[in-house]
Design a protein around this ligand. Structure first.
Ligand code: NAD
Length: 490
């Protein structure tokens, strides 16, 4: 493996202060593919100090935005140069297919390119001052030291949504990738160094959430935490962040409805229902795990899905024919199995799947069969909670109103889809659905230009788009009296 398996603090590649390391496992066969430093609170404090000093004493925050944009553009170019190596590393670490990882790398380069372009496009704004003989303007400044914490499902993609806007706006940062999937993030720090990100501006600490993540969240020297991960962790971070009233950007879970009307293009709806859930074995925050289907097409749709699922190719992400790889870990596999067990107990009907595959070649990996539950109701755990695996639940509706009510019956509000050929009905549903993204005749599509984030308990704030840049800035109002005179009040 051609990467420096170390942390990156203040421009130096370093081992953990404790000397401890962690094995990184390939979820396809449980082979150890790398051994990386296991940082702790001490490593994190050193990285925070470097980021703090670089922000408070260095030139980075006042570097012209055009120069910062050029660095971000260079990072995009280097990701494109090393696309294949990065894609293979990502698949080794996560088990997802290499083809999918290549797509991720293209998306990631696109995110850096987008923020390179917008970095110097916003010079603030002039306010129409209500006070005679005055000027009033708003300037946008970097927030300061940013802690960035990412999950394992899209390791580098989620990191790119945080790194690119933070660098473009002149913040300093400490990145903590998921302890189980750090490889591509390490590689990108090498590329960021090559691209000219100054020492201390971007730091990388490897290690567990309870140590590194908790230190970042509670530190008095960190100004913002941008976190992507589970709801329970998000709540802990929110509490810890109250230490110094840090700004928070939280991208949390989802239990995303996919509403399919009888008048939908049937083949399209079936195809997208499959893509919406079984991509990356359902380990996607926006996976369309809740199918909400008009009663009259329920049987036909379920039959079509089951037929397709039975032809599925599960296996090694490095084989071209593989459509779905393993789950990320033994612990996660156990969680998915438990959800299926609960679903059966609660009275849902297993239409297909519901177990590990019996193929002897897959026994060392964390594989689970694509699974479809019918006869589901909104009070079931499998309908309300994020199993984060290849599981679809099917509910039915009779009226449009009922469909929207079902879609909204969740503590989450990340994303959802509507399939219908009636454009007006689609818009009405989209307007009624309380979630950060609604796709019409599409599922799981996103691009850097449009914001991403959740309503309700799916999070706070937005990533991507202009709003994703604004998360990393403070707005300062500067007022000048051009004819100052004493008030003579006191
Ligand atoms: P997780 O919450 O277990 O871990 C995410 C990160 O938080 C990891 O780096 C982990 O080490 C760290 N962490 C754990 N405990 C911490 C603590 N006490 N303080 C600070 N950091 C801590 O999530 P996961 O299992 O890695 O990822 C899956 C979750 O991520 C799912 O819920 C999924 O929906 C969510 N997700 C959301 C989005 C989105 O855009 N909304 C995108 C991807 C994933």
């Amino acid at each position: 493996m051609n990467i420096t398996l170390k942390q990156y603090i203040n421009g130096n590649w370093v081992d953990a202060k404790s000397g401890e390391t962690r094995d990184i496992i390939n979820p396809y066969n449980q082979e150890v593919v790398a051994n990386v430093p296991e940082g702790n609170a001490e490593d994190t404090k050193a990285a925070i100090q470097a980021a703090r000093d670089t922000f408070d004493q260095g030139d980075w925050p006042s570097t012209p935005a055009t120069e910062r944009g050029a660095i971000v553009r260079r990072i995009a170019e280097l990701i494109e140069r090393d696309r294949e190596e990065l894609a293979r590393l990502e698949s080794l670490d996560t088990g997802k297919t290499v083809e999918e990882s290549r797509g991720d790398m293209d998306d990631i380069a696109g995110v850096f390119r987008y923020y390179a372009e917008v970095a110097d496009k916003d010079g603030g704004e002039l306010i129409a001052s209500p006070i005679p003989n005055s000027t009033s303007k708003v300037v946008y400044e970097p927030i300061g030291v940013c802690g960035q914490i990412t999950p394992w499902n899209y390791p580098l993609l989620q990191a790119s949504w945080k790194l690119a806007p933070a660098i473009a706006t002149g913040n300093t940062l400490i990145m903590k990738p998921s302890e189980i999937t750090p490889l591509t993030t390490i590689k990108v720090f090498e590329l960021m160094e090559e691209a000219g990100v100054p020492a201390g501006a971007a730091n990388l600490v490897l290690g567990a959430g309870a140590t590194v993540g908790a230190e970042l969240s509670s530190s008095m020297d960190v100004d913002l935490i941008s976190f992507t991960g589970g709801l329970a962790t998000g709540k802990k971070i929110m509490q810890a962040a109250s230490s110094n009233m840090k700004k928070l950007a939280l991208e949390l879970g989802g239990k995303n409805p996919n509403v399919i009307f009888a008048d939908a293009d049937f083949e399209l709806a079936v195809d997208q229902a499959m893509n919406g859930v079984f991509f990356h074995a359902g380990q996607i925050c926006s996976a369309g795990t809740r199918l909400i289907v008009e009663e009259s097409i329920h049987d036909k749709l379920v039959d079509a899905l089951v037929e397709r699922v039975k032809k599925f190719n599960i296996g090694n992400g490095f084989d071209d024919s593989t459509q779905m790889g393993p789950l990320i870990s033994a612990e996660h596999l156990a969680k998915v199995e438990k959800y299926v067990e609960t679903g059966v107990k609660e009275g849902a009907t297993l239409a297909v799947g519901g177990s590990r595959p019996d193929d002897p070649e897959l026994q060392d990996g964390f594989f689970y069969l694509p699974t479809i539950f019918t006869n589901c109701t909104t009070d079931m755990h499998i309908v309300q909670e994020e199993a984060f695996g290849p599981i679809i639940t099917v509910e039915t509706f009779k009226t449009e109103e009922e469909a929207v009510t079902l879609a909204n019956d969740s503590i989450y509000g990340l994303a959802g889809g509507v399939f219908t050929t009636d454009a007006v009905k689609a818009e009405r549903c989209a307007a009624g659905m309380r979630m950060g993204t609604v796709w019409i005749n599409e599922f799981n599509l996103y691009f850097p230009h449009a914001p991403w984030g959740g309503y309700k308990q799916s999070g706070i704030g937005r990533e991507l788009g202009r709003l994703g840049l604004e998360e990393y800035t403070e707005a300062k109002h500067v007022f000048q009296n051009l004819k100052p005179e004493p008030l003579n009040w006191f």
